[in-house]
Design a protein around this ligand. Structure first.
Ligand SMILES: Cc1cc2nc3c(=O)[nH]c(=O)nc-3n(C[C@H](O)[C@H](O)[C@H](O)COP(=O)(O)OP(=O)(O)OC[C@H]3O[C@@H](n4cnc5c(N)ncnc54)[C@H](O)[C@@H]3O)c2cc1C
Length: 475
């Protein structure tokens, strides 16, 4: 078992910055990620053997290269392809790696595991060809593949334009962009977005590309159904009000073999939940978020949480919050004089406050719209792993389920391989309608495994024949 001063889980902008800051201060840092290369979601590297055409390389690719070079040039012990499935004590981390099962231990731990997608179910959402909007970025970045020949891109926030523009650049057709927000919502966001001229320019570049490709944009619309059965064939959309509730206006049907759809991001705080850190419901952070100080220190001693896994805010706030936690971990370990830490943290803090202005505007566009959940039909699947429909959830609530873990026990909703990452938001929103609030509905209790892992990987060379058979007791 490897002993370190600090373990960082997640090598996106947040985790990489935390690891680098703590390592520069002299801590022995292990950085683990299930991906083969550092970069996280936004700076994802193409897999070995695939390269990105030079003319399609943009700011994200350059920032990703810089991040990977910085990690490679540092003293950080990088463990790529390490899927963390269990954390116990303070702190033992178990991961499945190419070498089998490996364990690491350190008195301090940074959880920087990023966000996951919010997707409000609708009839046909489990049809092959329907994928998450953020998941589409993985397909586009890691494999250079478009989701289909003709894709409808739907949901909310800037990923709509980012994904649609990448599909067009990749040679695919975008049938339409279906945006929950209205033009007025985007106009309201403009002043805050102007605080990051580079990102605003990037967004305008996407808009121009989509305009040149004559991609129709339907504002204040949502997807109401996907038809096709075995594969996506058509996507029906209808107008909605500001809360995502259908207005009863004329619906339209787009022929398409793919739909990329997402309704915002939720902090992926499974590690703080597993370690029983205190959480608080923060709608502006994306949902349930670990209670943390300005440096990411949680209620559990030695545990820090940063980036989108703590509060959804995007790449630059993730990097800066990671740096703050790295400095704090070094200071808490007695390896960084307080005055040095205060100076460096002051700079990072000021930059973070500035970056959060942009993030706030984006988060308002990507906010949850509980009214959409109210509209879900009784026979629509909510938990696709365990095939639990809305009607079954309502029946369990009527039978007395008053908290999300009770609902899980009654229905098996959230018990499948995704462990509630897909259905959790919808199930809790449905429950909140009956128990009064998301706070009252609660959140899933964190349990290992954090990620599904094959038992064979944990057992290694195990053979039943190797178990010593004790001598039979004398009669
Ligand atoms: C699917 C997805 C795609 C996105 N695409 C974009 C995009 O294209 N552009 C954009 O601006 N924003 C994108 N975002 C938003 C993005 O999360 C942030 O902008 C930014 O990447 C957050 O940085 P982070 O370091 O907090 O987390 P991330 O960048 O998400 O990094 C978290 C890292 O933790 C690792 N991890 C998580 N759990 C484990 C575990 N149990 N074991 C080992 N490793 C683990 C993941 O592999 C990941 O590399 C995306 C979000 C999601 C969920």
């Amino acid at each position: 078992m490897m002993q370190a001063d600090l373990i960082v889980i997640g090598a996106g902008p947040a985790g990489a910055a935390a690891a680098l800051a703590a390592s520069e201060a002299g801590l022995l840092v292990v950085l683990l990620d299930e991906d083969a290369s550092p970069g996280g979601q936004v700076y994802r590297a193409p897999p070995a053997g695939l390269s990105v055409a030079p003319d399609t390389r943009g700011a994200d690719e350059r920032a990703g290269d810089a991040l990977r070079e910085a990690v490679a040039a540092s003293a950080v012990v990088w463990k790529g392809g390490a899927r963390v499935w269990s954390i116990s004590g303070a702190f033992r981390v178990d991961a499945v790696t190419a070498a089998g099962s490996e364990s690491f231990t350190a008195p301090r731990l940074v959880a920087a595991t990023g966000a996951h997608e919010r997707l409000v179910p609708f009839p046909g959402w489990t049809t092959p060809g329907v994928i998450g909007l953020a998941a589409a970025t993985i397909l586009l970045k890691s494999q250079g593949m478009v989701p289909g020949r003709r894709t409808v891109v739907a949901g909310c926030g800037p990923l709509l334009a980012a994904v649609a523009a990448k599909i067009v650049a990749g040679g695919g057709a975008v049938a339409a962009i279906i945006d929950l927000s209205g033009p007025g919502d985007w106009l309201k966001a403009l002043p805050a977005m102007a605080s990051r001229p580079d990102l605003l320019r990037q967004g305008l570049g996407w808009a121009l590309k989509l305009g040149a490709a004559c991609v129709p944009v339907l504002f204040r619309h949502t997807v109401t159904a996907v038809s096709g059965g075995e594969a996506c064939e058509a996507v029906t959309v209808a107008p909605v009000d500001a809360e995502g509730r259908p207005t009863g206006g004329r619906s339209r049907v787009f022929a398409a073999d793919a739909l990329a759809i997402g309704h915002g991001l939720v902090p992926g705080s499974e590690i703080p939940k597993l370690l029983r850190a205190e959480h608080r419901f923060e709608p502006e952070a994306g949902g349930w978020a670990p209670v943390r100080d300005a440096f990411g220190r949680c209620s559990v001693a030695g545990l820090y949480t940063v980036g989108d896994g703590a509060a959804v805010a995007g790449a630059e706030p993730a990097r800066l919050s990671g740096r703050l936690a790295g400095l704090a971990a070094a200071q808490d370990a007695g390896r960084l004089p307080a005055h040095v830490s205060a100076r460096e943290a002051g700079e990072a803090r000021a930059a973070l406050d500035k970056a959060l202005v942009f993030a706030g505007a984006i988060n308002r566009l990507m906010r949850a719209r509980p009214a959409m959940v109210e509209e879900i039909a009784k026979d629509t699947v909510i938990c696709r792993c365990e095939d639990v429909r809305r009607g079954e959830i309502e029946a369990a609530i009527s039978a007395g389920a008053r908290e999300i873990n009770q609902l899980k026990h009654f229905t098996r909703c959230g018990m499948g391989p995704c462990q509630g990452r897909m259905c959790g938001e919808t199930a809790a929103t449905l429950l909140a309608r009956h128990v009064g609030s998301r706070e009252a509905a609660g959140y899933w209790t964190g349990r290992p495994p954090l990620r599904p892992v094959p038992l064979a990987d944990l057992l290694g060379e195990f053979d039943y024949g190797d178990i010593p058979v004790p001598n039979p007791a004398p009669l």
